[in-house]
Design a binder for this molecule. Sequence first.
Ligand SMILES: NC(=O)c1ccc[n+]([C@@H]2O[C@H](COP(=O)([O-])OP(=O)(O)OC[C@H]3O[C@@H](n4cnc5c(N)ncnc54)[C@H](OP(=O)(O)O)[C@@H]3O)[C@@H](O)[C@H]2O)c1
Length: 326
Amino acid sequence: MTIPTRRIGALTVSAQGLGCMGMSQGYGAGDETESIATVHRALDLGVTLLDTANVYGRGANEELVGRAVKGRRDGVVLATKFGIAAQSPDGPTIRGDAAYVREQIDLSLGRLGLDHVDLYYAHRVDPNVPVEETVGAMAELVTAGKVRYLGLSEASAASIRRAHAVHPITALQSEWSLWTRGIEDEVLPTCRELGIGIVPFSPLGRGFLTGKLNASPDADADLRTKMPRFGGENFEHNRAIVAALEALAAERGVTAGQLALAWVQSRGDDVVPIPGTKRRGYLEENVAAATIELSDSDIAAIEAAAPADAFAGDRYAAGMMRAVGK
Ligand SMILES: NC(=O)c1ccc[n+]([C@@H]2O[C@H](COP(=O)([O-])OP(=O)(O)OC[C@H]3O[C@@H](n4cnc5c(N)ncnc54)[C@H](OP(=O)(O)O)[C@@H]3O)[C@@H](O)[C@H]2O)c1
């Protein structure tokens, strides 16, 4: 099992990356030994793109990823992010001012134990700071050798255009999956016009599209408890849709999660999803999906089984929803 490569902007990466967030927060308790073994297995399988952020586990995730890549840095495309400075029930505090950008890269590099990162994303666009200021400060980091390429996450088409005029943007990381298709109307064509690669996050719908989640998460620390899609009646409604996806997958001898990943990957050669897991078993299942070829009729069948507009509930609670698409 080896994974092919794809281009995002000027970068060549494995056709699927590894999301590391869940190793330190969000989806149930992690285990450092298995998490590091998962990163190592990913590298062994040819996965080169590793995704973290300063905010994941309040820095603990960058430290974990740093330990995992120690001695294995060559060939790794290490991506991290800044911008979610605090979280509260009313929503996140977003910062994109130049002073914050300059301060955060040094903190991230210190936690990672690296002298540079390959891809540095603004995690959200700060509505109170011109995006030109944010990207101008990010561009200074390229000149200083601390960062190789720049990215944005959950940005609007207009912000992407303005940012790209200051410094080339290599990648746009936004949520994209069978149940989250909001980027398709404006953001995607803008990225394609500008030669910006797409890195879909939560391509497995935070685990939901695998069909292996059979009850609403209820642990306080689980991010999904705050997401309307995962609550009560919405959960039951949405679970029935995933059952149809599972049936389709079984007919084809694959899993629902693999179909969901193959569908994202089929969106174009400039698309590199980053499914997240902290377990080698899931990783191997996910990587195997990178070589699944879907025919037009497969895609039609998948979209008929799990149409985006059939799912109930917003992807984020109101406060987080206000921070996306800026
Ligand atoms: N830019 C942003 O704002 C943003 C937001 C969210 C995430 N991200 C990034 O994107 C990455 C991926 O997104 P995500 O982790 O939120 O969601 P995801 O990849 O859609 O799903 C992750 C969840 O699915 C489970 N899972 C993974 N593979 C599985 C399999 N084969 N079978 C059954 N369950 C499986 C994981 O379980 P285990 O945890 O038990 O392994 C975890 O609970 C993150 O790690 C993070 O780096 C970025």
